[in-house]
Design a binder for this molecule. Structure first.
Ligand code: NIG
Ligand code: FE
Length: 404
């Protein structure tokens, strides 16, 4: 396999518990899709470098791990700009949802769209994320809400993984909203969500299982049934938890050893304790917080104090976070949530990998995947500082450069 040397690089490896893992005169050797060696250029042994087929002089640019967007709803039909207008006229997200708009209007559009159109639209969104450095992407279902339509969404997500040159993790979010054909039959719908799971898993479409545990979503008792179905199949769980109110969903998710709990604006002290004990990642979503004009901040300080890993994601979706810029999320995590630039970059690399249960990426270290970004900046803190500027020079996913 061909060895490639990336030299004259300033590396932010993010290896180690804290700090940037900074290497001022760094070099990296990759072989196929893997990192073979990372370190000070002067320390690279000639034996290891032997057989290097290509050398890339990165001109002193900054290299970081490839970005990981660990929470998105990237596949859907239509868009909801009209609801944005309604909210500007005073309607709330919950009111729109209860009146049959919200998630359910995206469900109608997604059911109607054929698979190739869904793919085309989702691929365009994925490319926008990739253009800002995303190498790994999680995509949730949840706008189909029938066995066939959920499968269609998940197939589109899988196809993005095989066709676009990035890793896609799929999450089954059947328990996202109540579809119209189950009106007033919430429990029957939850049963159906559980019943569909084995078939979806058998088709290789599910990496994890999620639910929307909320006043306008599903109760903790219903969420438990979904998690039990996941557990029976050995699938990891995650949860949309405490976004609009404190339902105690976090404690439930932690009972099931959840990979992550996401949103968390209304997270309680008990919830934080449960997360710390189960090693569950807190995924913060500043795009949704901003777009819904929330005022209740997630308890960042307490999460930090408790040692809960904090990840960040776009939560791209047509209703609450139509953002396609991971870099803007780094900035907003600092301006809105008061994360440090280092915490925010770790949130979209090291901790996002944890939130997806992926041990092979998120840092620059020997043996990990060769997923990295080359940036036209002096220091990685600038990635969280600028907004509306994209300094990405090149993205390398699994050893393959966006420039080739
Ligand atoms: O992550 N909260 C539930 N799910 C999405 C919103 C989906 C929608 O409004 O279409 C979220 O914010
Ligand atoms: Fe979400």
């Amino acid at each position: 396999m061909s060895r490639v040397l990336w030299h004259n690089a300033r590396l932010a490896t993010l290896d180690g518990e804290q700090g940037w893992g900074w290497i001022e005169q760094g070099a990296m050797l990759t072989e196929g899709a893997q990192i073979l060696w990372v370190g000070e250029a002067s320390q690279l042994s000639p034996e290891l470098a032997e057989g290097t087929l290509r050398r890339h002089d990165l001109g002193g640019a900054v290299v970081t791990p490839g970005l990981i967007d660990c929470h998105t709803h990237l596949v859907y039909g239509g868009q909801r700009a009209h609801e944005f207008e309604l909210r500007l006229q005073g309607a709330s997200y919950e009111e729109i949802a209860r009146a049959g708009g919200g998630i359910r209007s995206s469900v109608a559009a997604t059911r109607e769209a054929d698979e190739s159109l869904l793919f085309k639209q989702a691929a365009r969104r994925a490319k926008a994320l990739m253009d800002e450095g995303v190498c790994t992407l999680e995509v949730k279902s949840g706008y189909g809400l029938s066995l066939e339509a959920e499968a269609k969404m998940l197939r589109v997500a899988r196809r993005m993984g095989s066709d676009l040159g990035l890793t896609v993790c799929t999450t089954y979010l059947g328990a996202h909203a109540l579809p119209p054909e189950y009106a007033d039959r919430q429990d029957d719908y939850v049963q159906a969500v559980c019943d569909w799971l084995p078939a979806l898993q058998a088709q290789g479409l599910v990496d994890a299982v999620d639910a929307f545990c909320e006043g306008i979503g599903f109760t903790p008792a219903q969420t438990r049934l979904v998690f039990e179905a996941a557990k029976r199949l050995g699938l990891p769980v995650k949860l949309h938890a405490e976004q609009l109110s404190d339902q105690g969903g976090t404690q439930l998710a932690c009972e099931f050893g959840a990979l992550s709990c996401d949103h968390l604006e209304y997270l309680s002290t008990e919830g934080i304790g449960a997360m710390a004990r189960s090693g569950t990642v807190a995924v913060l979503l500043p795009g949704a917080y901003y777009f819904l004009r929330e005022t209740k901040l997630p308890p960042v300080h307490a999460l930090r104090e408790a040692g809960v890993p904090i990840a960040l994601a776009t939560d791209h979706n047509p209703g609450t976070s139509p953002v396609l810029s991971p870099l803007l999320m780094l900035n907003m995590a600092c301006t809105l949530f008061r994360l440090t630039p280092e915490e925010s970059l770790r949130g979209m690399t090291v901790q996002a990998a944890l939130a997806l249960g992926l041990a092979d990426r998120g840092r620059l270290a020997a043996g990990l995947r060769a997923d990295f970004c080359v940036w036209d900046v002096e220091h990685p803190r600038e990635l969280a500082y600028y907004f509306g500027r994209n300094p990405l020079l090149q993205r390398v996913c699994g050893g393959k450069s966006s420039r080739d």
